[in-house]
Design a protein around this ligand. Structure first.
Ligand SMILES: Cc1cc2nc3c(=O)[nH]c(=O)nc-3n(C[C@H](O)[C@H](O)[C@H](O)COP(=O)(O)O)c2cc1C
Length: 191
């Protein structure tokens, strides 16, 4: 059932070294490709890095641009600590072996919305396949360097596109976390 998958999905930040199968990755990317998109323009594109070494390197580039100011008092997860919770974490992609980079047309009003629709489909499909995931931000910053621009060129990302974010993928190391209790009062039905 879809609701079971929705509730079984958690942001995972502890990964084993096991790489995910290419056939599973292809299915996950297909789910992203069928996401709703503003105006039906299909403007976003996905580049999956199915390579542990390069994913780790990108994760280091991602964390290098993490701005720690204004984090006072925030906490994300005790069971799956994030870079906000634990300043000793070295890799913004937490050692996951695969990352999907979501690129969108820079001058398009709904670029961010389109990207996150894709990411939601991706994490749900991954969950159904038993693959752990986490959405990661700082897409623009990660590629905002000579090295980042070279990688985008190598991957044939069109001119005028920027990265809106990432989904990391792999297998969980350890136990599944619990969902945080839902805050009350966030849902209303008006008739
Ligand atoms: C827009 C967005 C950006 C996020 N960026 C990050 C990130 O950079 N690093 C990270 O560890 N988690 C990131 N997350 C994951 C959230 O921290 C996570 O969804 C939230 O804590 C709720 O936990 P859950 O996904 O397990 O339900 C992001 C999630 C969203 C929706």
């Amino acid at each position: 059932m879809l609701m079971d998958i929705i509730k079984a999905r958690h942001s995972i930040r502890k990964y084993t070294k096991e790489q995910i199968r290419r056939a599973d990755l292809e299915k996950i990317l297909e789910a992203g490709n069928y996401a709703p998109n503003a105006g039906g323009g299909q403007r976003s594109m996905l580049v999956a890095v199915h390579n542990q070494e390069l994913t780790t390197h990108l994760g280091t580039m991602n964390l290098a641009r993490f701005d720690r100011t204004n984090l006072a008092g925030s906490y994300v997860s005790k069971e799956q600590p994030s870079t906000i919770d634990d300043p000793t974490i070295q890799n913004g992609f937490y050692g996951a072996p695969t990352v999907v980079c979501v690129f969108c047309q820079n001058n398009f009003l709904f670029k961010t919305a389109d990207a996150f629709c894709m990411m939601e489909n991706i994490v749900l499909q991954a969950t159904e396949l038993g693959i752990a995931s986490c959405i990661i931000s700082r897409g623009y910053e990660t590629f905002d360097s000579d090295e980042g621009r070279r990688l985008m060129e190598k991957w044939d990302v069109p001119e005028g596109y920027t990265c809106q974010g990432f989904v990391i993928l792999g297998y969980i190391d350890g136990a599944l976390p619990q969902s945080k209790p839902r805050k009350p009062g966030r849902i209303k039905i008006v008739e």
